[in-house]
Design a protein around this ligand. Structure first.
Ligand code: F6R
Length: 607
């Protein structure tokens, strides 16, 4: 998604803006630009493609100026060309923007009728043109900002710089996140704390509908009624030192190698040895009498929810419904009085999930959020936050945050099962032990990562790949297929193995790879009989199982990757690793842009 930065102070900002934009690269983008004010006049450089193209443009024609704004654009309205890249300039006004202005077409028509013609196809330029028109009509900058905020609809964040105000930046937010950073005699604004990490850790977050006037010595914030308000300044947990690839080729590779830490730290957070058992956050309801849990998320995070459904149902005997956020938010959902709704998100900012959270809030549900970014909007809006301690995730494809989510969910399912009296102390202790053992077993899988390389070499020539699993391995099959599609661009489908004969089996012909996720669990026998059906039709089977499963399968699979023996309850957490690693090594074979796959954004803050 688009990334925004702005700075105002007493030193040249162009290079700092680009450095901040680099820390927002993980969000995904396809063009970039910066603008500064020099002696009260706007200057900008823009480039299509990656940031080095912008750096080249800046080397050729450097930009001076102690005040500036910058942007990485993920194209929504109009292709990723220089003309559509931000900052957009209209007369004396320059704007960078993230999100979507829903009524831009209507405003565009009005402006054109007044002979004001946009140069780009973007919704952003409409904001710049509107502001400039209001200034031309005699409005003060503050009045113009107020009027624009009242006029535009949609989910957005933007930062504005005006020639008439050489010592001021204006920032506004509705639904899309925006953070203000406080320095010494200089101020910053950015899409998240990560963008501002090396510059300052003193951060305040604008609330929905807020807009702000930022000068070198501070910020004045106004809420959606126009009243001046205080927004707390907190010390961000994000540190600039954390953000680097180290010795890894890609952030995704580094982050997969952080699975053991993500799982370990998250478990430690909920099951600290000094507590003598699970210590989950206090709930505003009694889990023993909860009628239903609704879990909502998007993409990989929704697969965590699907796995959790198996856990809550089997262990805590709790009815659970899982939905994807983009559907849930527009459905006429029937939610029980006193029910709980849980939202799972790495970023805590995915717009669909955030809107689904608000939809559930309107229906009087208790709101729980599982997030990896503690300062995110979802974390701030939830009644109860269950953090995952996976650390910043920069690669666009979510990896370690997924296992962090699963560990948090496993702890919660276990805790509620204890409170509902549906689990024996022995089983509870067994599951905790299996969870505690996970980081070591994850490290074992990562040590044998290279055994997957020949398999991935094979897969990289495939046109279609089928992923199958039953029970809690079904969402892992979905995760494997999603990741392969995302970063290697190979068409892949994940299916519940039992569904194969109801349709997808028609896809299997000589040489089609079928990855089967099959730990030795209660579903193993059935999963294997589905595999033999695939093999009988010429499918090339990649079996992910433990030593017992591989022995039971005999030599029938084309490839087998041996996983450590584990309690079936925690198997989906461990089996997330080989499916993610397979997608990574297949993408390496294909030479794709692993960390920033085409068309994708890290945090999807538009609909
Ligand atoms: C897949 C992936 C996406 C995200 C999805 C939700 O590799 O990264 O499918 O899982 O966009 O994002 P969050 O969890 O930030 O809400």
């Amino acid at each position: 998604m688009c990334g925004i930065v702005g700075m105002i102070g007493n030193r040249p900002v162009a290079r700092l803006l680009v450095e901040s934009l680099k820390r927002l690269e993980y969000r995904g983008y396809d063009s970039a630009g910066v603008a500064t004010l020099v002696d009260g006049a706007l200057h900008r450089r823009r480039a299509a493609g990656k940031l080095f193209a912008l750096e080249t443009a800046l080397e050729a024609k450097p930009l001076a100026g102690d005040i500036g704004i910058g942007h990485t654009r993920w194209a929504t309205h109009g292709p990723p060309t220089v003309e559509n890249a931000h900052p957009h300039v209209a007369g004396k006004v320059s704007v960078v923007h993230n999100g979507i202005i829903e009524n831009h077409q209507e405003i565009r028509t009005e402006l054109v009728a007044l002979e004001i013609h946009p140069e780009s196809q973007t919704d952003t330029e409409i904001v710049a043109l509107l502001l400039n028109k209001l200034l031309d009509d005699g409005a003060t900058p503050e009045e113009a900002m107020r009027q624009v905020m009242a006029r535009v609809t949609g989910a957005f964040a933007f930062v504005v710089m005006m020639e008439d105000c050489p010592s001021t930046l204006f920032a506004a937010r509705r639904a899309s996140p925006l953070a203000i950073g406080y320095g010494e005699g200089e101020m910053f604004v950015g899409s998240d704390a990560l963008a501002l990490a090396p510059l300052t850790r003193r951060i305040s977050y604008l609330d929905d509908g807020d807009w702000a006037i930022i000068s070198a010595d501070g910020a004045r914030v106004f809420d959606h009624h126009g009243a001046e308000v205080e927004r707390a300044v907190t010390l961000s947990a994000v540190s600039g030192a954390l953000i680097g690839k180290g010795n890894y080729r890609h952030f995704m590779e580094k982050e997969m190698h952080e699975h053991p830490e993500a799982a370990g730290y998250t478990l430690f957070h909920y099951n600290h040895p000094s507590n003598g058992g699970l210590a989950m956050p206090e709930m505003p309801f009694d889990p023993a009498t909860l009628p239903k849990l609704t879990i909502v998320a998007a993409g990989t995070s929704s697969f965590s929810g699907m796995i959790a459904k198996y856990w809550f149902e089997s262990l805590a005997r709790l009815p659970v419904e899982v939905d994807i956020a983009s559907e849930f938010r527009y459905r006429d959902t029937v939610l029980p009085e006193g029910g709980a709704a849980m939202f799972i998100s790495q970023s805590g900012e995915s717009l669909d999930t955030l809107m689904a959270l608000r939809h559930a809030r309107e229906q009087d549900q208790h709101i729980l959020a599982i997030v990896n970014v503690p300062e995110s909007t979802m974390a701030r809006e939830a009644d109860v936050v269950l953090p995952t301690l996976a650390g910043p995730e920069i690669g666009v494809a979510s990896t370690k945050a997924f296992t962090g989510q699963l560990v948090a969910l496993a702890c919660l399912a276990l805790d509620w099962a204890e409170k509902r009296g549906t689990v024996t102390p022995e089983r509870s202790a067994g599951i905790l032990k299996a969870l505690e053992h996970l980081p070591v077993q994850m490290a074992e899988v990562l040590e044998r990562e290279h055994d997957l390389v020949p398999i991935c070499h094979d897969l990289s020539h495939a046109r279609d790949v089928l992923y199958l699993g039953r029970g809690t391995s079904f969402p892992i099959a979905l995760e494997g297929a999603l990741k392969l599609k995302e970063i290697s661009y190979i068409h892949a489908e994940g299916y519940a193995a039992g569904e194969m004969k109801h349709g997808p089996i028609a896809l299997i012909e000589d040489g089609v790879p079928v990855v089967i996720v099959a730990p030795s669990d209660q579903w193993f026998e059935k999963a294997i009989s589905n595999v033999t059906e695939a093999m009988a039709r010429g499918g090339r089977v990649v079996l992910l199982s433990d030593s017992d499963g591989i022995a039971r399968m005999g030599n029938d699979a084309t490839w087998a990757f041996e996983m450590p023996d584990c309690d079936p309850f925690v198997a989906p957490i461990l089996y997330a690793l080989p499916v993610q690693l397979i997608s990574y090594h297949t993408a390496l074979e294909k030479g794709t842009d692993v960390d920033q796959p085409r068309n994708l954004a890290k945090s999807v803050t538009v609909e």
